[in-house]
Design a binder for this molecule. Structure first.
Ligand code: MRU
Length: 344
């Protein structure tokens, strides 16, 4: 099995743990998620975040809830878990991996509804472990496939955090850098701070520093100037949901980067596993974009930076149209032609 670079979430002796991403990099605090409510809260309040990581923790959350149910009534057991799955689906709307993982857990219940409760409990745990391991494996392959794009002396820009913390532990965009570093390539990563909650400044820098990868932190509004100076050779970000035509939802600010990249003739890549591709959605218009609390914009790390009643608009994601994307770095290779990778 591929080893995670970062211990983002883990299952140990029937208990579910995560690293609390709200307090990084100052504190490395571990949280135990004890019930389905804890799992829902941890996703909603960003203790755990990033599309694949949300999917993995939700799958383990379903298992956790199943193990805690003490009943001999098979139908009631399945009904309660299905209602927990429905509940977890309301935690955040955009990342497709959440729905991908929960649908897999649901399928176990449907396919094996005539099996005993104890058998089902074990099978649900196995499915959660499979989802977690498959993600690690996909991310590792994304790293290998993407590292071919990295050449010595390149400057690559990334946005938000698509690292180990956003996945089962190996990352998507950052997996490319981890692998390129192992191959002894010399490059620098420009890290957008990523307002409002600073996943770039707090989390991506923390991961790159740990991995010994040279990086430079910039404010989001500096990226255009750097491109104009010719100091960005490539952009790689992750994704939260990719529609059938290749339109991609990712952290707010990604679309502006892609437009700037087009203007400055900088290659713009998305790194994502197939579990982020939503075959049911034709184009980006159908991707639900989460709107988050106004306080995230009025404050930075809990401190007001605007009038306390300032009217706010806070979409957490934006949609980058497929024609602005040079390619998708996946576990199967780099897909250069937007659209057409999903049949039907
Ligand atoms: O709101 P977040 O922090 O969950 O948003 C995360 C992102 O937008 C990431 O870039 C995306 O999930 C890719 S993670 C491999």
């Amino acid at each position: 099995m591929i080893k995670p670079i970062i211990k983002t979430l883990w299952w140990e002796n029937g208990r579910l743990y995560i690293i609390d991403q709200r307090v990084l990099p100052e504190k490395e605090r571990i949280l135990e998620l004890k019930n389905i409510r804890d799992v829902w809260e941890s996703i909603r309040n960003l203790s755990i975040r990033g599309a694949p990581a949300i999917g993995c923790v939700a799958a383990y959350g379903v298992t956790l809830s199943a193990l805690r149910i003490d009943t001999k009534d098979s139908k009631g057991f399945i009904k309660e878990i299905k209602s927990n799955i429905k509940y977890l689906k309301t935690s955040r709307p955009t990342a497709y991996n959440l729905f991908f993982a929960l649908s897999r857990m649901e399928r176990v219940l449907e396919e094996f509804s005539d099996m005993s409760i104890s058998w089902l409990k074990e099978r649900l745990l196995k499915e959660a472990e499979n989802i977690y391991r498959e993600d690690l494996d996909c991310c590792y392959k994304i790293g290998v496939n993407g590292a071919r794009l990295i050449q010595d002396n390149m400057n690559i820009l990334t946005h938000c955090n698509a690292g180990g913390l956003a996945t089962s532990g190996y990352g998507t965009a950052l997996a490319v850098f981890f692998t390129a570093k192992k191959q002894k390539k010399k490059f620098n990563v420009f890290v957008n701070e990523t307002r409002p909650v600073l996943q770039g400044a707090r989390l991506t820098t923390w991961e790159l520093k740990k991995a010994g990868i040279p990086y430079t932190l910039i404010c989001d509004n500096m990226a255009g100037y750097l491109m104009n100076l010719g100091r960005i050779d490539m952009i790689i970000t992750g994704a939260d949901r990719i529609a059938k035509n290749g339109d991609t939802a990712n952290k707010i600010g990604t679309y502006s980067l892609a437009v700037l990249a087009k203007y400055h003739k900088v290659d713009f890549y998305i790194a994502a596993p197939y579990s982020t591709f939503d075959p049911s959605i034709k184009n980006g218009k159908d991707i639900p974009v989460e709107e988050r609390d106004a306080e995230e914009v009025r404050k930075i790390k809990g401190r007001l930076i605007a009038p306390s009643d300032a009217p706010v608009y806070n979409p957490a994601f934006d949609i980058t149209p497929t024609h602005l994307i040079k390619g998708f770095i996946t576990e199967d290779g780099i897909i250069k032609k937007p659209g057409g990778w999903l049949s039907g």
